[in-house]
Ligand binder design. Structure first.
Ligand code: ZN
Ligand code: ZN
Length: 142
């Protein structure tokens, strides 16, 4: 499956001189065709049959390369595994408390919050993250 974002990502990777390997391509393709914000482990499990020599560490290293190239965003959650987001435009997340699924939603950027935080705390604010928690439709069906 091809999509525009994936094609653009592959194109911009070319310009960074990151060597494209079949594994790398598969990881990137998986990420761009998946909107559930997978962990390195999720990606590994989905691809391990096609790449017997691949390890979770390989997946992780590749994700780091993509992150440095600005193609994916890493979402960290304390001690739990990072999730990876192929959508690098500004958006917010709603997260299911039961299954951990993360769904994108768009809402006008809360720039005032950043400005206020800057004034109140004297920080140089770089960005913010807002997450809404609840129970997803699948888990609600129980
Ligand atoms: Zn759920
Ligand atoms: Zn997202």
């Amino acid at each position: 499956m091809e999509n525009t974002e994936l094609r653009e990502a592959l194109q911009s990777l070319k310009s960074t001189k990151v060597r494209m390997t079949p594994q790398r391509h598969a990881i990137l393709e998986f990420l761009f065709n998946c909107d559930s914000h997978p962990t390195a482990d999720d990606i590994y499990k989905s691809l391990e049959n096609n790449f017997p020599n691949m390890s979770v560490a390989t997946v992780y290293n590749n994700l780091r390369v993509f992150k440095e190239a600005g193609l994916v965003r890493e979402l960290t959650y304390g001690d739990s595994s990072s999730r990876f987001d192929s959508n690098t435009t500004k958006h917010y997340h709603v997260i299911c408390d039961s299954c951990g699924k993360i769904v994108d939603f768009h809402y006008p950027g809360l720039d005032e919050v950043e400005t206020l935080a800057e004034h109140v705390a004297g920080f140089e604010v770089k960005n913010h993250r807002m997450e809404v928690y609840g129970t997803c439709p699948e888990c609600r069906k129980g």
